[in-house]
Ligand binder design. Structure first.
Ligand SMILES: [Zn+2]
Length: 403
């Protein structure tokens, strides 16, 4: 909008300044950006509000990826932890199928905009052709239903990393966050089970990355000792800065790097800044919104994207502000100091709890690159953080599988 009374001289001066600023900054080539952890709802592409080709309430849809310059994302086949019983396994297998089918529906509906990538070369080819890349990662291998053959089936459907465990111990591995209501014992020295060992070995043979985010420290140590290939943490930050069990201690950051792997720093509020006041306020809000919607328990998909939730979170933000991009870059900086610039990457955990001030959805992805520049990372370092390291590790895991 232009208001009357603008002075032409001022306008000319501003234009000249803008030109000078452009001339001073060398042309910056945008790095290929890759996010290793994006969740999708069970109702993805089954309800109009969750159609990623449209303008959605999701943090990641195709328009937001394009606008924000997010080129590639691992879409995650997540299932909640349940009991280690035949019925529990059957339910988890069925839930995982829903997610694979949803990703397939997206790929079938928008072939000109986004393509599946099952190799690092395909990510590069999609990028060169001006298309987005979708990769698939497993979060919680409980969804294999305790059948090793289901890992091969997941690979055949396109999954390229297998996250062993989630919140609560499973049949593969102990969790960094045991779940008392599932009868979990507290964290101990127990790490991988026999089935967990079999899955790691089979993933190595398939050339599939093993993801230790959510695993207990003991499990991470077991995987490091067993895996023939480098491993990844698809979404974990630094415990030296925030003492949360989901973050990784320096000793494990170093060990993952020493094995040639990569740790993808995650923009998840609770892992970047401890804020018990905000946590309590959010819990209370969730309970209130669920009740307003006539539900006993809060449901992420049914309640989480509602206007009531949005308004409530805006009110909470006034009192308990989210972490910022500076907080996120502080974790990246620490991880780079400990593990080295070749062993750190970036993840959002969007639509799974991610989102910080400045990177609330994929449409704001360019802000992350700008923050890294502001904090003094070079273009070459930013390219490694954004995708170079993850793609290198992925390629190494593929080659290890062929050997
Ligand atoms: Zn997670």
């Amino acid at each position: 909008m232009t208001r009357p009374g603008h002075r032409p001289l001022l306008a000319a001066l501003l234009a000249a300044l803008a030109l000078a600023a452009n001339a001073a900054a060398p042309a910056q080539q945008a790095p290929l950006t890759l996010d290793t952890h994006v969740d999708i709802p069970f109702a993805y592409l089954r309800e109009a509000r969750f159609d990623p080709g449209a303008d959605t309430p999701l943090q990641v849809d195709l328009g937001k990826m394009r606008r924000g310059g997010l080129d590639a994302a691992f879409f995650v086949v997540w299932v909640p932890q349940g009991p280690l019983t035949p019925a529990g396994y059957a339910k988890a297998v069925a839930q995982a199928k829903q997610k694979y089918d949803a990703i397939d529906r997206m790929l079938a509906k928008y072939p000109a905009r986004i393509r599946l990538a099952t190799t690092p070369a395909q990510v590069a080819a999609n990028h060169a052709a001006g298309r987005l890349s979708a990769m698939i990662g497993i979060e919680n291998a409980y969804s294999l239903g305790h059948q090793l053959a289901n890992l091969d089936a997941a690979y055949a459907r396109g999954a390229r990393y297998v996250g062993l465990v989630h919140v609560g111990h499973d049949d593969l591995c102990t969790s960094s966050m045991p779940q008392a209501d599932l009868g979990d014992p507290p964290v101990s020295d127990a790490g991988l089970s026999d089935f967990g060992r079999a899955v790691v070995k089979r993933a190595n043979a398939l050339g599939m990355m093993v993801d230790i985010s959510h695993a207990s420290d003991a499990c991470v140590r077991d995987v490091l000792a067993l895996s023939s290939a480098p491993i990844i943490a698809s979404h974990s930050s630094a415990r030296a800065l925030v003492n949360h069990p989901r973050d990784l201690p320096d000793e494990l950051l170093r060990a993952i790097a020493a094995k040639g792997g990569v740790i993808q720093a995650v923009a998840y509020k609770g892992f970047l800044k401890l804020d018990p006041g905000r946590e309590l306020a959010e819990k209370a809000l969730e309970a209130r919104v669920a009740k307003q919607h006539g539900r006993k328990q809060f449901d992420d998909e049914l309640d989480g994207y509602s206007p009531e939730m949005k308004q409530g979170l805006a009110a909470i933000e006034q009192r308990y502000p989210l972490p910022t991009l500076d907080d996120f870059v502080a974790h990246i900086r620490h991880m780079v100091e400990v593990a080295g610039i070749d062993h750190v990457g970036i993840a959002s955990d969007f639509d799974g709890g991610g989102g910080i001030t400045g990177w609330m959805d994929a449409g704001e992805t360019a802000n992350v690159t700008a923050a890294l520049r502001r904090h003094g990372f070079s273009e070459a370092e930013i390219a490694k953080l954004w995708s170079g390291n993850l793609l290198r590790v992925w390629g190494e895991v593929e080659r290890d599988g062929r050997r």
